[in-house]
Design a protein around this ligand. Structure first.
Ligand code: 13P
Length: 248
């Protein structure tokens, strides 16, 4: 069975409420058939964006979630709260949470299991820093971050891995098609060892890191690149939709 490409915008800590709603409406209006589009929205705008895209094909997403059930966790947001607002997918392990906010692999793993366990689509982000690539550690780093997942995640359609080389995020320096394919093929092979080959064949592996309308087609034409996780270019509906259309 062919994997439907999944292209998600990660809005990060951007937009105002009005901008978020306009952007969401633009994306919902233009989202084509044959490919899955989604938006990972700042917590405070999820409700408004959910209403703006209601009835459309666009999936509502969040950028983070806490792993505990609702309770005394000041400032945190639970997966149950996200589900209450209609969220369908949630990120974990984004490089900014790993390396700027300082989340540990243990915390990321707990969050990943809570998101997946709640029935949401988990988008688990992994990727090496520049010094790790230069030190030939790319596959080792990606393998360790993949192992934050576990065999309890038994539905491959609800597991998405986003390969985001840290040196390509927000830098304008994209991985080449061949560099992306090499790591994506490794990720699929490793998922095969962790789960099964049939399982791995169904998991979508997104590429993220300076994906733009002019490089999206080449990247998504690679056999193991099943979509994208888009930062900067997802903040303009026409640019984001051009990338989504490149996945058709
Ligand atoms: P950019 O597309 O801005 O490089 O960001 C990629 C990213 O981090 C998506 O999660």
């Amino acid at each position: 069975m062919a994997r439907i490409k999944f292209i998600a915008g990660n809005w990060k800590m951007n937009t105002t409420k009005a901008v978020a709603v306009e952007l969401a409406k633009g994306v919902a209006k233009g989202a084509p058939d044959g490919v899955q589009a989604g938006v990972a929205v700042p917590f405070v705008y999820i409700d408004a964006v959910g209403q703006a895209i209601a009835g459309s094909k666009v999936l509502l997403g969040a950028q983070d979630a806490y792993f505990e059930k609702p309770g005394a966790f000041t400032g945190e947001i639970s997966v149950d709260m996200l589900k209450d607002l209609g969220v369908k997918f949630c990120l974990t392990g984004h490089s900014e949470r790993r390396h700027v906010i300082g989340e540990s692999p243990e915390l990321i793993s707990k969050k990943a299991h809570a998101i997946y366990g709640a029935g949401l689509i988990l988008v688990h982000c992994i990727g090496e820093k520049l010094e790790q690539r230069d030190g030939n550690k790319t596959l080792e780093v990606c393998k360790a971050q993949l192992h934050e997942l576990s065999s309890k995640m038994d539905d491959p359609d609800r597991l998405v891995v986003a390969y985001e080389p840290v040196w390509a995020i927000g830098t304008g320096r994209t991985a080449t098609d061949a560099q992306a394919q090499e790591v994506h093929a490794f990720i699929r092979a490793e998922l095969g060892r962790m789960f099964s080959t049939d399982y791995a064949a169904r998991v979508r592996i997104q590429y993220g890191g300076s994906m733009k309308p002019d490089n999206a087609k080449g990247l998504m034409s690679q056999p193991d690149v099943d979509g994208g996780l888009i930062g900067g270019a997802a903040l303009k509906a026409d640019q984001f939709l051009a990338i989504v259309n490149a996945g058709k």
